[in-house]
Write a protein of this length. Structure first.
Length: 207
């Protein structure tokens, strides 16, 4: 992952940074991860997080599946504080899931059992773009569609305005395709990026 950009949306204007906002952008260009901004969460254990040459690298080994669904959030993730306001979150991936269960994406949460996920996921046959809500381990798919790509890079952009959520995707960071839009009430407290390896639990390196 090269860049995570937070932007506040106010009256149609986009502010990349405002002093009053808790969230901060990160291009991962520093010599090491900013642990004053990010918290690493690895519920299953065995994952690794590295920041090398301007890249964030999240790795999970083969074995125990790490999923974000009705049985909990087992994803390896970076988390930071987010204001409960309107905002936009965009990230670029330099990896593409290619085996069943491999997942990379972004999320926001009110708590460990109440969150929204937006991601690229491979089902064993196709790469898919997914949006879902999880509340007290009750999971609801908000969108699920096949993505066709030959690009080695993938972008995601999520926008929140009140209780309306919009997800878009891109293969070059310039041309964006709307994916899903839905309404969901959640008092956002944290968010960030993650990788996962749902059943059958293949190894995966998200960049």
């Amino acid at each position: 992952m090269r860049t995570v950009i937070f932007a506040l949306l106010t009256a149609g204007l986009v502010f990349q940074h405002t002093p009053a906002s808790a969230q901060r952008s990160d291009d991962f260009s520093a010599a090491e991860l900013d642990d004053g901004l990010w918290t690493v969460v690895d519920p299953i254990g065995g994952g690794s997080v590295d920041q090398v040459d301007g890249q964030l690298i999240l790795s999970v080994p083969a074995g125990a599946p790490r999923d974000l669904w009705s049985d909990g959030n087992g994803a390896l993730r970076l988390v930071q504080r987010i204001d409960d306001s309107d905002f936009e979150l965009e990230t670029k991936f330099e990896s593409v899931p290619s085996e069943a269960g491999q997942t990379q994406g972004i999320f926001v949460q009110a708590g460990p059992d109440d969150y929204l996920r937006f991601d690229y996921y491979h089902d064993g046959s196709d790469l898919r773009i997914v949006a879902a809500s999880i509340d007290a381990f009750a999971s609801t798919a908000r969108g699920n569609a096949t993505i066709r790509t030959t690009s080695p890079e993938l972008w995601l952009r999520m926008r929140r305005a009140g209780d309306r959520w919009e997800l878009s995707h891109s293969q070059n960071g310039s041309d964006w395709t709307p994916a899903f839009e839905f309404r969901y009430r959640i008092p956002v407290e944290h968010g960030g990026v993650y990788v996962a390896n749902a059943d059958p639990g293949p190894a995966f390196v998200g960049i």
